[in-house]
Design a protein around this ligand. Sequence first.
Ligand SMILES: Cc1ncc(COP(=O)(O)O)c(C=O)c1O
Length: 363
Amino acid sequence: MTVNSVVLKRTFELHKEEYEQAALRALNSGWYILGKEMETFEKQLAEHLGVKHCVALNSGTDALILAVRSLGIKEGDEVIVPANAYIASVIGITENGATPVFVDADEYMEIDVDKIEEKITEKTKAILPVHLYGQCSCMDKIKEIADKYGLYVIEDCAQCLGSKYDGKYAGTFGAIGCLSFYPTKPLGAFGDAGAIITNDDEVAERVRLLRNYGSKVKYHNEINGVNSRMDEVQAAMLQVGLKYLDEMTKERQKQARLYTYKITNKKVHIPAIHEKVDHVYHLFPVLVEDRENFQNYLKDNGVNTQVHYPIPPYVAECYKDWGYKWNDFPNAGKYANQEVSLPIYAGMPDEEIQYVIDVINAY
Ligand SMILES: Cc1ncc(COP(=O)(O)O)c(C=O)c1O
């Protein structure tokens, strides 16, 4: 049997006819940018999450860049971010000329909230938790620290749409939540797309301006903006995905439960889940000391896996001038060496999950 990490076509085929109808509706409308489909999607997602505003954008990376920019964070400012973030989370900071200040990860593979305060200086403007793998970070503690020091919270929710901390949706705790609808994400588009969510009218208005050359009225450019608008076809298809988001999440949660309870091989460590978190399992990470052997063994048995992420952002080639070393952040360094993402996605057949479990237990 061959098992792939993710098969997007299978997720698409779960609701193929509705996706096709939605795409055709947008195509036949004759209006492709900043139209009704985008407005409808924004409204539906904001309602789903119980926030005032959703502003649809071109990608999750743009969401992070414009979120940071909309709060006036710039050169000379510092933003606290987990050391095991995805590179785009860091780009959101550096594209604005600000400096990322890294904090190591905890046993949940999220930002270690006990190590945040020691990194705060007079230059710190925001904390940017990255809710990796589908698990919201410890938001009560992050909010408490942010409130104590007067800092913004910008949540990178690219991997965790639908995850909750203590019953509240990720992305709704801070000033802004940033979402990605990259095709593999919990709510996947059929190309690039992203959004920000916020309860702050001014922030929403500012991101609306920023995404459209800084203008509300054509050719009247109030601020220095960019072009980052979600197109109508993506917005139409995302409305279909949103309808089935909870259903797709439940399916991945079931797959994750099977992995959690049935993988018994002691060489494969399944990281802890915080008791207050509803995990949406965008990914299913495990930690294995001899990762290369393990991945090769799985591959020889037809099981393809991925690594999220093999190189931590603080030692990325593009940031080599910062001079960080791999073990400056021991947990993030360890996760980069040991993490393996097992196949998981809506539409993955049960027999494939069972096959992966059997192969792993025989390792
Ligand atoms: C944690 C995280 N942040 C940001 C992004 C960037 O999103 P996009 O690919 O839509 O630009 C991603 C997507 O890969 C991500 O996983």
